[in-house]
Design a protein around this ligand. Structure first.
Ligand code: KET
Length: 410
């Protein structure tokens, strides 16, 4: 029997909700008011709120053009020069684990794709084993593990009373989890809270993870954006690795090299021997092949050229400092404006203590909605604002909007 053409096969497909982060950019685009401000997505803007292509990226691209790079398929694991560069950036140039061949690295589709590949590996080799995720966390973590079929639960992280780390709660929850769980940690510049453990607290977190035979999965999406120093921001990962722990690390070059759309990153698995690392790598490749076959080349060549060239590498560090410095500047200004305008004596200094691209304002859903409906300021509904999308000249307007939303919306 012929099927009627006016009946869709997809009648049962429901409308998906907008993405909590990328959906904010769509709402921003649809707003026609001149005052509008997009503090939703974590993407760096210049002081005049334009996207920024790093000078080192332009230089690397010129070098690539001059060399006449081809567009052949990459191997499944990605570009060799990129893999060498990315591990060096993460673990340091002269680290023992790389020399011993103990790191399985596969180029990924930026941080998200690398997390997804790691999650697929966990699902395949440790089915049913849960991953512990911080509460709160980046909006996409739960989706990634859900879609990979990896169960997750949450550990306490943020204490709204102190606007700081709930360190005792965090340790207690990691301790209480079944032995051999996976623990997702933000390597630096925790998203969305902007609150990182201190070096001493990192040691204690490592102690508990070792005691419980858990395995750490680091998400490193902001290397260089927390402190301005690439090395300092990798210190959590390096500390765990120096203790001889096996770890997963997903890396992203979206933020620190501004390569958002190039989708360049990596999944690294630090293993106890080179023999294990070889096997792990072979399985990561086996997972990648039917998903997307092999990764894109352009971003990989940029990273390889920047990290592999001492002159460009130094220049990149200066540009990183410039970007993170600009964010620190708007932090200061926003704090000053909030403190000057708020006559209630509320302490806004948490804005200064938070690090990285974001500030977690403490605004609730209704208050965050007021920010966009009344003030045309777009932000995620968890109260996060991206300071990377803020300029000095807009700080005062933002402070007015925050104070209005905080005091006049319940
Ligand atoms: N980890 C974290 C913690 C993170 O904040 C992001 C992106 C990613 C990974 C992945 O980024 P990628 O471009 O796949 O390397 N966060 C910003 C953008 C987004 O949500 O996709 C954000 O939080 O605004």
């Amino acid at each position: 029997m012929a099927v009627a053409t006016n009946v869709s096969r997809f009648e049962g497909v429901k409308m998906a909700p907008p993405d909590p982060i990328l959906g904010v950019s769509e709402a921003f685009k649809a707003d026609t008011d001149d005052l509008k401000l997009n503090l939703g997505v974590g993407a760096y803007r210049t002081e005049d709120l334009r996207p920024y292509v790093l000078n080192v990226v332009k230089k690397a691209e010129n070098m690539m053009l001059e060399k006449g790079e081809n567009k052949e398929y990459l191997p499944i694991e990605g570009l060799a020069a990129f893999i060498k560069a990315t591990v060096e950036l993460l673990l340091g140039a002269d680290n023992d684990v790389t020399k011993q061949g103990r790191v399985a690295t596969v180029q990924g589709l930026s941080g998200t794709g690398s997390l997804r590949l790691g999650a697929a590996f966990i699902q395949r080799y440790f089915p049913g084993t849960q991953v512990l995720i911080s509460s709160p966390t980046w909006g996409n973590h739960k989706n990634i593990f859900n879609d990979a079929g990896v169960p997750w639960s949450e550990y306490r992280y943020y204490d709204s009373k102190t606007v700081g780390l709930d360190f005792e709660g965090m340790l207690a929850d990691i301790k209480a989890a079944p032995s051999g769980s996976f623990v997702l940690l933000h390597g630096c510049a925790h998203n969305p809270t902007g609150i990182d453990p201190t070096p001493d607290q990192w040691e204690k977190i490592a102690d508990v993870i070792q005691e419980k035979n858990h395995t750490t999965f680091f998400d490193v999406a902001y290397q260089g954006f927390a402190s301005g120093s690439l090395d300092e921001d990798a210190s959590s990962v390096r500390l765990f690795v120096a203790r001889g722990m096996e770890v997963f690390v997903a890396q992203s070059y979206s933020k620190n090299l501004g390569l958002y759309a190039e989708r360049i990153g990596a999944i690294n698995v630090v293993c106890s021997s080179s023999e294990v690392a070889n096997r792990v790598k072979s399985q990561l490749k086996r997972l990648a092949r039917p998903m997307y076959s092999n990764p894109p080349v352009h971003g990989a060549q940029i990273v390889a050229n920047v990290v592999g060239n001492p002159v460009l590498f130094d220049e990149w560090k200066s540009e990183m400092e410039l970007m993170s410095g600009r964010i620190k500047g708007v932090r200061q200004r926003l704090y000053a404006n909030l403190s000057a305008k708020d006559k209630s004596g509320k302490d806004w200094s948490f804005v200064l203590r938070q690090i990285g691209m974001f500030s977690f304002t403490g605004l609730n859903k209704a208050q965050s909605e007021n920010m966009s409906s009344k003030w045309h300021i777009y932000m995620t509904k968890d109260g996060r604002i991206s300071l990377a999308g803020l300029s000095l000249s807009k700080c005062e307007y933002l402070a007015d909007a925050i104070i209005d939303s905080y005091y006049n919306v319940s």
